[in-house]
Every structure is written in structure tokens, then in C-alpha cells.
Design a protein around this ligand. Sequence first.
Ligand code: SF4
Ligand code: SF4
Length: 316
Amino acid sequence: MISLRFKKLKIRENSITISRRIIQILAFLIINYIILEAILPINLLSLEGFSKVLPILNSPRNPLSKGGGILEYIFFSMAEGVFPFFLIAVLLLVLLFSNRFFCGWICPIGSIQDACAAIPTKKKKFKIQTHKTLLNIKYVFIIITIIIIFPLGITKNANILFYIDFKAQLGTFADQPIGFFSLSEFIFVYFPNLVQNIFLPAQFGALDFGGYLILFFYLSIIVLSVWYPRIYCRYICPFAAVSSAVSEYSFLKLARNPVKCVGRSECGICEDVCPKQIRILDEPFDFFTGKGECNLCLECKEKCPYDAIDIKFGSV
Ligand code: SF4
Ligand code: SF4
């Protein structure tokens, strides 16, 4: 009887995490719905259009999903000389109304990193200054991509011969600008192809220096996410770069109750459990987004012993 009551208490205490895990697993299966078609006698082809506008960094070449991520389509359209007003509007609306809920609860790459972080090890944090510097990496990647891809699209309409030449020089980067910075592309496209090729020594041996570099880089990221949760989301993800820039303006945010919160010296649990290494207690009480890094996983809210963290919706 006591053990049953204890279990119920534990479930209630962890209800946010349990709900999040269930949603993450369902989202993983729905976004990569071909997995469901493989294991169940159903046809989910009608989801194809839906998955194409989900703001997820799937590559259009992803063998597990016929859809590509919204950011991928935005850059792909730009490279083709079409300014994607509609897709940008959809992305902005999603971010304004749900902030980075997608990152915390739906993104399959986030879920994979959470699964790695669930391996019981002592979690590590970077020094504050190192962490702040590393956060800029993703902005550098996205700015470089815009600087190259936007002019490419303009040349298509201005000088088609120049465009063809420019595009040829850029190679694969012009066809899938986000792919190089995408862990999704690595996990769902690059790595499965590589594993297949291991059994074809001639092709595996043909992997160039860049290929080995990509392999080493992303495998390191996956391994590091066991000790540094969400390391890819924090420092590399192009979707994170775009969404964190909009996050401060979102209607959905977290706030800290100044009456209930006892502060860092007496508690600080929220900062200890935050997988994004956000200095929650340095942020204003009214709302906090960790400079756009908060993915609304709500671990801080769940673990706060004083129930001092609230979800806010509306302008601040
Ligand atoms: S866990 Fe709650 S009470 Fe403790 S410092 Fe964080 S917000 Fe304040
Ligand atoms: S601040 Fe809270 S909700 Fe945001 S990422 Fe950190 S733990 Fe999750």
C-alpha cells in the first residue's frame, strides 16, 4: 500500500517529464511516419503534406520522411530565386505562439539527444564565458548561409549564366544549404548511407577528408550529448539560431515568482537541472527565455521545490 502511494507520488512529481517523453516518442513516430507504416498495416501517405511544413530539420532526402524541414525549404527556395514569404510567415507565427515548444517537446533530434542524456552519468557544464562564446557558433553558421544563398537566388533572376556557374561552384551546399549543419541530415541520411557503404569497401575507402571530418564531428556531438545535454541544440542547430532570435517576442514564456523564489544561495535547483545551462536566476522575474535558448522543456518548473516558475501567455 505504501509502495503504491509512493509510486503515485513519483508519477505526480514527474508528470511533466512523463508527458514530455510520451509526446516526444509519438512525435518521433509521426514525423518519421514511414516507421509506423513499416510496423503497422496502415497507409499514412496523407500526412506527407503536413510533415512538409513542420519546422523540423529533416532533409528532403531523408529516407525516413518524405518531408523536409521548414528551414530547409526556406533556404532551398531562396537558392532557387523565390523568396518564401509564406514559409517565413508560417515559421514566425509558430514561434510567436509556441516559442520553442517544438524544440523541447517535438523535435526528433532533441529527443535523440535527450535519450543520450538519459544515460546515467554526472552531467557537466561549460564555464559561463565558454558557454556564451559557443552559443555564437550557430549564428555564424546561419549568417554565412544567408550571405551565400541569398545572392545566389538573386543571380537566378538577374543573370542565369552567372547563376549556373555560381551554383556549380557551390556544389551540394546550393542544393541543401542547411544539410551541412544538420544533425538530422547526419543521423537520417549521411550515416545510414555510410553504414551501407562500409559493406562496399571501394565506396567506403572513397570517403574524402571532408567526409571523415563530418563523421568525426557529428559522432563527437552525439557522444558529448551524454554529458552535455542538448549540446547540438545549444551551439550548432540552425533552427535554434533562427528561433532564439524570435523567442523574446513570443507570447509564450516562463516567469519566476519573486515572492516564492528563494534564490541561488538557498536553492538554485532550476539552474542545476536546466539542460540548456540557462542562468535563470540572472533573468528578470517578469519573463525569461535565456536569451532565446529556453526550449520550454519545463524541467525547471517541475523540479522547483517552491513552485516559483509559471507559464505565461500574452504580451509582457
Ligand atoms: S528552483 Fe525555484 S525557488 Fe529554487 S531558485 Fe529556482 S525558481 Fe527559485
Ligand atoms: S529554462 Fe527551464 S524550461 Fe527553459 S530549457 Fe531550462 S529547464 Fe527547460
